[in-house]
Ligand binder design. Structure first.
Ligand SMILES: C[S@@+](CC[C@H](N)C(=O)[O-])C[C@H]1O[C@@H](n2cnc3c(N)ncnc32)[C@H](O)[C@@H]1O
Length: 201
């Protein structure tokens, strides 16, 4: 089984697995991204779209959200939620998105980063898609160790998927050209910020 099939199989029950207090944690994620009205936002690995309403509240009616996922099952569940027309869906792999460059003010990766096979490739592609001065937000609202343990216990295709520690994450982001790197690593909340520089020397 590959990752796409794994998440297709989870699509029907994903929302029932979410914690009751996930909403306030997702507000914290979006707040850290400093999302403004009118922003264009890419939600990588949107799944059933749990982040979308929080992003919509921030970008308001003039903003735009592209909700991307490799899993058609996850996307179908997200689409059934009836989001407004400024939310678009795309079945694609962030490692080779094929999207035009410098298009997004913000890119969010909520609970997806460990699943990228080639993290350097994914980060390079995200940097390409961000406009100069744009921001990447990588988040794990249940905490790094909790995610790593969940994947280990789940086994199969996600068994080895890990949220990297800061000493691995910072070089990955620096190598792919991000600046202003900040990491919050609390027991129940993990967040990484990186900015695409306004000017590239
Ligand atoms: C753990 S779920 C999280 C979903 C959602 N972001 C959330 O917080 O509920 C990870 C999602 O990322 C998607 N995914 C995994 N690898 C991906 C990739 N390379 N590109 C785009 N989406 C990917 C999976 O299909 C799955 O829907």
């Amino acid at each position: 089984m590959n990752q796409r099939d794994f998440f297709d199989n989870l699509a029907g029950k994903w929302d029932s697995l979410e914690r009751e207090d996930i909403g306030e944690r997702l507000v914290r994620v979006v707040t850290a991204g400093v999302v403004c009205p009118g922003h264009r936002v890419l939600d990588v690995g949107t799944g059933t779209g749990i982040l979308i309403q929080y992003l919509l509240d921030a970008v308001e009616k003039d903003g735009h959200i592209l909700a991307m996922d490799i899993s058609s099952g996850m996307l179908q569940t997200a689409k059934r939620k009836g989001f407004p027309a400024n939310v678009e869906f795309l079945q694609a792999d962030i490692q080779e998105s094929g999207l035009p460059e410098s298009r997004y003010d913000r890119v969010f990766c909520n609970a997806v980063f460990p699943h990228f096979d080639d993290k350097l490739k994914a980060l390079s592609e995200i940097r390409r898609l961000l406009r100069p001065g744009g921001r990447l937000v990588i988040s794990h609202p249940i905490g790094r160790e909790t995610v790593n343990n969940l994947h280990r216990d789940a086994g199969g295709v996600v068994a080895e998927d890990r949220v990297p520690p800061a000493e691995v994450m910072i070089p990955l982001l620096e190598t792919t050209g991000f600046t202003g790197i900040r990491i919050i690593d609390e027991p129940n909340f993990h967040l990484v910020l990186g900015d695409k520089p306004l000017y590239t020397p």
